[in-house]
Design a protein. Structure first.
Length: 185
């Protein structure tokens, strides 16, 4: 049996909730199927999944989305938005009510673990975003799979390793003792 049982719901306390409905075996690994609910104005910062494709189909509301260097775009009910592996992107609820989408991510690799931990960190902080020590640890450990493009490269390469070293000295990473190994393709 895997790390999670389905459905597996995570909530960041700041307006985003994801329910992973199932993990399905596919040719290149696992595909995660699920849905998300995003409150008006909420959404993740610019980020990139190095190996996985992320696809959303809007069920209700209006999604705003943008790829790095591109103009904001919008989609409504019945429309699908796809982000290819390696494409820095962000999305947000651009409507007045809840944004509800069905989604899949493939190959999933460690994305469920990464998002679960980031959402838990944010929730512990009242939904204002994840703790910087957690971001540094997860971004460093899983840098082969995922990056927060909104964070300057110098911070990722210089500050994050320092934060991880300090966090280790302070015992902040005990919760990650069973963290999966990063995937390198």
């Amino acid at each position: 049996m895997g790390r999670y049982s389905y459905p597996h719901t995570i909530d960041n306390g700041g307006g985003e909730r994801i329910t992973f409905a199932r993990s399905v075996a596919v040719a290149d690994g696992q595909r995660l199927d699920g849905d998300n609910v995003v409150k008006p104005g909420a959404g993740p910062p610019m980020h990139v999944h190095h190996y996985l494709d992320e696809v959303f189909t809007v069920e209700e509301g209006r999604i705003g989305y943008q790829c790095l260097g591109g103009l904001p775009q919008f989609a409504g009910p019945g429309e699908t938005v796809a982000f290819k592996a390696g494409e820095p992107h962000r999305f947000w609820n651009a409507g007045e009510g809840d944004l509800r989408c069905t989604a899949f991510m493939q190959p999933a690799d460690n994305v469920e673990y990464i998002l679960t931990e980031l959402f838990a960190s944010s929730s512990r902080r009242g939904g204002v975003g994840p703790d910087l020590f957690d971001v540094a640890f997860l971004a460093r450990r899983f840098r082969s799979e995922y990056a927060v493009s909104a964070v300057p490269l110098v911070v990722q390469r210089v500050v994050f390793p320092l934060l991880v070293a300090v966090g280790q000295l302070l015992g902040k990473y005990d919760r990650y003792a069973d963290a999966p190994e990063p995937v390198v393709r």
